[in-house]
Design a protein around this ligand. Structure first.
Ligand SMILES: [Zn+2]
Length: 106
């Protein structure tokens, strides 16, 4: 079976709508943000979901806040929707059209 897309790791916190990935999360205090560095987008995922903020300092949060300030806040895509049949079909259709236009050019 041919795999058309590499699916991102299932992540119910959402993924970047441009690439279907997320680089991870950053904390500002107890607030968690997911982000995609490539597309400079971020999305808020919630409050006190991960325990790791407890080990961080106010300085860590200030750094995170400065970094996230450069990113646009967006609505994340759901990874299952991103990898839905529609996306796969559209991808296959584009591939077919692409190879057809190459044939016509010959
Ligand atoms: Zn992205």
């Amino acid at each position: 079976m041919t795999k058309l897309l590499t699916l991102p790791a299932a992540d119910h916190f959402g993924v970047c709508p441009c690439c279907g990935k997320a680089d991870g999360h950053l904390n500002i205090g107890r607030d968690h943000w997911m982000y995609c560095r490539t597309h400079r987008v971020k999305w808020y995922i919630g409050h006190d979901c991960f325990p790791d903020w407890r080990g961080q300092t106010a300085q860590d949060w200030r750094q995170n806040e400065r970094l996230l300030a450069l990113f646009d806040e967006i609505e994340p895509a759901r990874p299952d929707l991103f990898a839905s049949d529609d996306v796969l079909l559209a991808h296959a259709r584009r591939q077919r059209m692409h190879s057809r236009s190459k044939q016509l050019a010959r």
